[in-house]
Write a protein that binds this ligand. Structure first.
Ligand SMILES: NC(=O)c1ccc[n+]([C@@H]2O[C@H](COP(=O)([O-])OP(=O)(O)OC[C@H]3O[C@@H](n4cnc5c(N)ncnc54)[C@H](OP(=O)(O)O)[C@@H]3O)[C@@H](O)[C@H]2O)c1
Length: 245
């Protein structure tokens, strides 16, 4: 689909990747860009219309789908990462929040906007996933589980919305230079690069974006994950636990 002239809604548009998505949409000539955020006053980007939205509030999600009935491109970007693991975490709070936001929030947005997209000719959904959808990093383990669930839902939503010609794009990235990855050293993708790749895919009708070399390598190694992906991860985790990492 063409971005030029489209009407888009981006969740978590107040900062980080969401802001980059909103800005790129304006740049590519979207007729209207709704910038959804828990605090709409934080959406100040020129050309972006603020909308109050917490994606974990199903009533509000339904209201927004009704109010923004002209949307033809939905960008499910909002997400949380609590740097929590499975066994060592003190309780299930982080795992529940991540699943509630990254999986159920995204699912609820897809469900609410599916009829809106159908009424507007099919359109597209972009789901912001992660390299963590593909394998478990023990430093962000429960986050990875929520992104794996969101990957699965992305594939399922694509199958279910094929009949109404909705393009469903999965965007997987490694570390991106935003607040979420602020504590991570080493190479990071720029939010602008991820947004550009995502909308290039929308315009080309492609269903998957692997935004960086690390993400492409991990996806290519999936069929031999226990041999190629997990041994170095295990070694790194063991040395971190032993205090030598
Ligand atoms: N940064 C990375 O390394 C990286 C890598 C791969 C994928 N991702 C994914 O990219 C997406 C954007 O993350 P980011 O890097 O831009 O992180 P970020 O700077 O922490 O931004 C997260 C955004 O999500 C919003 N959000 C969180 N919970 C929400 C909720 N319940 N309802 C509505 N909005 C909510 C936040 O709003 P508030 O300002 O109100 O908190 C904020 O706008 C996420 O899905 C993340 O998992 C990030």
């Amino acid at each position: 689909m063409k971005i030029d002239g489209s009407v888009a809604l981006v969740t978590g548009a107040n900062r980080g990747l969401g802001l980059a998505y909103a800005r790129e949409l304006v740049k590519r000539g979207a007729a209207k860009v709704y910038g959804a955020a828990r605090d709409p006053a934080a959406v100040t980007e020129p050309g972006v219309t603020p909308v109050a939205l917490d994606i974990t509030d199903p009533e509000r999600v339904a209201q927004v789908a009704e109010q923004c009935a002209d949307v033809s491109l939905l960008v499910n970007n909002a997400g949380v990462m609590k740097a929590s693991n499975f066994i060592g975490a003190p309780n299930l709070d982080a795992a529940r929040l991540e699943m509630e936001t990254n999986y159920f929030g995204t699912l609820s947005m897809c469900r609410a906007f599916a009829p809106v997209l159908a009424a507007n000719g099919g359109g597209a959904i972009v789901n912001m996933l992660s390299v963590g959808s593909f394998y478990t990093n023990p430093f962000t383990a429960s986050y990875g589980a929520s992104k794996a669930a969101a990957w699965s839902l992305t594939n399922g939503v694509r199958l279910e919305l094929h009949h109404q010609s909705t393009l469903v794009v999965a965007v997987h990235a490694g570390f991106v230079d935003t607040e979420m990855a602020a504590l991570v050293a080493g190479p990071k993708d720029s939010p602008e690069s991820v947004a550009q790749q995502a909308f290039d895919a929308v315009e080309a009708g492609q269903v998957e974006v692997l935004a960086d070399e690390r993400t492409r390598t991990v996806k290519a190694q999936l069929s031999r994950d226990q041999e190629l992906i997990y041994p170095p991860v295990q070694e790194f985790w063991d040395s971190a636990v032993a205090g030598t990492g």
